[in-house]
Structures are given as structure tokens and as C-alpha cells.
Design a protein around this ligand. Structure first.
Ligand code: HEC
Length: 199
């Protein structure tokens, strides 16, 4: 009898403990699901913004396709191809034409010299792999590499892109983190040729 009266509450307690554990485990699991789907939504938002923002127009090398030039998505967002060395840009003489670009849409010559679109993939050595989200956001806000380095050259349209909200810039960064890393070391910009020395 005693045993019986004691036995019930012990069993009940054990059951309650089990249920509590199960509820906790369920909560943890569903929190993880919520977090994972929030991450997925952030990456998807970033993908949408990168597509809409035309990043592929300049950061993905273009190639000649069946219907004319098209971005080579096998090299998505990896910047100016390192093996593509170019001859000096043609001189345009006195305006109003001011700039020329390579067939890949990744090298840009103008009064600023020659700029090369950079590797935005998560490659550690040659892309944005070692950048923090903060460095990325401040780069697009202030137009300096990693937020504090040299000024970004044209035609990188950072003054417009930098108007996006912190949330959207973080989403772009999250998406750029999720794409395949491509090792491609983009050359440094070439400063403008000095004007001819006076005779
Ligand atoms: C019209 C061409 C063009 C478009 C469009 C463009 N970029 Fe750029 N971007 C450039 C060029 C050129 C550079 C390199 C400038 C330099 O070296 O000073 C650059 C540099 C950058 C850098 C600096 C990377 C580094 O290593 O210093 C980031 C970050 C960047 N772009 C992000 C973006 C994102 C994100 C988008 C789309 C929302 C975008 N760009 C759209 C041309 C463009």
C-alpha cells in the first residue's frame, strides 16, 4: 500500500520531468528552425538585392553567348579575371567621350586610370572571405575599402548602393557569403598616365 502510494507520484514526477525535457527539446528545435529560416530569408533577400542591384553587370566577367554578351555565371561575382592582362586603353582624345571598358565588363578606363571590378566571392585570400559584415557595410556607406582603406574608384556605384538600409546591406553580405568561393586575384588599379611633359 505504502509502496503503491509512493509509486504513483514518483512515476508521475518522472513523467513530468520527461515531458518538460521533451517540451524544452521541442522549443530548442523549433527555435533552431526559426533561426535557420530567418537566415535563409536573409540570404534570399540578399540574392534579390544583388540581382536587382546589377552587381553581376560589373562583378561577373561577361562572355560572348549565342545571343550576344552575357555574364559568365560559372565565374559569378569573381571580378576581373586575373589571367586577362590588357593592352593600354585606347586614348580617346579631347571629350566628350570619356571612358572605355573591356569586353568582360570588368576593366574600366577613364580619367581615374584603370579600375578592375573586385572579387566579391567568399574566397579568403582573393575575395571578401576575411571581411566582416561591418567592414562591408562601411565600405558601401563611405566608399573606402574595408571602410578605412583607399577610396573606391568609378564606376563602382557605392553612393547609391550605400543608401540601402543596414538590414539590406547585411542581407547582401549574407548572400555573398553563401555563394561559391572563387580564387581570383584582381589586379590593383592603374593610376592615370601623367600628362605629357611641357616641351
Ligand atoms: C558599374 C559597375 C559596378 C556595379 C554595378 C557594381 N560594382 Fe562594385 N565595384 C566596381 C568596381 C570597378 C570596383 C573596384 C573599384 C576600385 O578598385 O577602386 C568595385 C568594388 C566593389 C567593392 C569593394 C571590394 C574590395 O575588395 O575593395 C564592393 C564591396 C562592391 N564593389 C560591391 C558591389 C555590390 C554589392 C554591387 C551591387 C549591389 C556592386 N558592387 C555593383 C564596379 C561596380
Amino acid at each position: 500500500m505504502n509502496q503503491h502510494r509512493l509509486g504513483v507520484p514518483v512515476a508521475l514526477l518522472a513523467l513530468m520531468a520527461l515531458t518538460a525535457d521533451a517540451t524544452l527539446a521541442e522549443e530548442v528545435a523549433s527555435a533552431a528552425v526559426v533561426e535557420a529560416s530567418a537566415d535563409a530569408a536573409k540570404v534570399e533577400r540578399g540574392r534579390y538585392l544583388v540581382t536587382f542591384g546589377g552587381c553581376n553587370d560589373c562583378h561577373t566577367p561577361w562572355k560572348m553567348g549565342e545571343n550576344g554578351p552575357e555574364p559568365d555565371m560559372s565565374r559569378m561575382l569573381s571580378g576581373h579575371p586575373q589571367q586577362l592582362t590588357l593592352p593600354a586603353a585606347p586614348a580617346l582624345g579631347a571629350g566628350p567621350w570619356e571612358g572605355v571598358w573591356s569586353a568582360t565588363f570588368t576593366a574600366w578606363a577613364g580619367p581615374w586610370g584603370v579600375s578592375f571590378t573586385r572579387n566579391l566571392t567568399p574566397d579568403e585570400e582573393t575575395g571578401l572571405g576575411s571581411w566582416t559584415e561591418r567592414e562591408f557595410v562601411t565600405t558601401l556607406r563611405g566608399g573606402r575599402q574595408r571602410g578605412i582603406g583607399r577610396e573606391l574608384l568609378p564606376p563602382m556605384p557605392w553612393p547609391g548602393i550605400g543608401q540601402a538600409s543596414d538590414e539590406d546591406l547585411a542581407a547582401i553580405f549574407a548572400y555573398l557569403r553563401s555563394i561559391p568561393a572563387i580564387s581570383n586575384r584582381v589586379p590593383d588599379p592603374i593610376p592615370p598616365a601623367l600628362p605629357p611633359a611641357a616641351p
